[in-house]
Design a protein around this ligand. Structure first.
Ligand code: FES
Length: 158
């Protein structure tokens, strides 16, 4: 083998090794790319306290169409309190009870939020009305700020 041929074959080998390590490096970084969270009711935000600044959307064209209706999306309890799509027609609170994490429901007949586990009750503004049945104590609910654009109601989890 002449010197030129040896250098060429050596260069080709080094190039193949570099290409291989670059490809594996690129593949690894792709798996670490954050996946953007889709908006809307199918959003992937977490329940409970949520992350500061997380927005949770609801479509008023198909959800909360009647006064007294409520739904939980991504840890947010949305309630329609009045007709129309004004901000004052809605409230949004945390969806899990501060006592022990029970699910919260809006009881239209009583005009309050009630826990499904130990029946603690809260106003639509999140204030405690009655403590858990059977002992223990709970605290006021987090209430989230709302915005309406078109038929999209958005709660900002802060
Ligand atoms: S978890 Fe809600 S009152 Fe106990």
């Amino acid at each position: 083998m002449e010197r030129n041929e040896f250098i060429k074959s050596l260069g080709l080998g080094v190039a193949l090794i570099c290409t291989g390590s670059c490809m594996s490096g690129c593949g690894g970084s792709k798996s670490n790319d954050p996946t953007p969270s889709p908006g809307g009711s199918t959003g992937g935000s977490t329940g409970g306290g949520g992350v500061s600044g997380t927005k949770v959307n609801l479509d008023l064209g198909s959800q909360l169409t009647t006064v007294g209706s409520f739904t939980t999306i991504s840890g947010v309890l949305f309630i329609r309190l009045a007709a129309g799509n004004a901000l004052s027609s809605f409230t949004a609170t945390q969806a899990s009870c501060p006592h022990q994490g029970g699910g919260l429901n809006w009881i239209q007949a009583n005009n309050m939020i009630q826990c499904s586990l130990h029946s603690a009750q809260y106003t639509a503004a999140g204030a405690v009305v009655s403590q858990p049945v059977g002992g223990g104590s709970t605290s006021a609910l987090k209430v989230y700020s709302l915005a309406i654009v078109g038929t999209t109601l958005t709660a900002t989890v802060a």
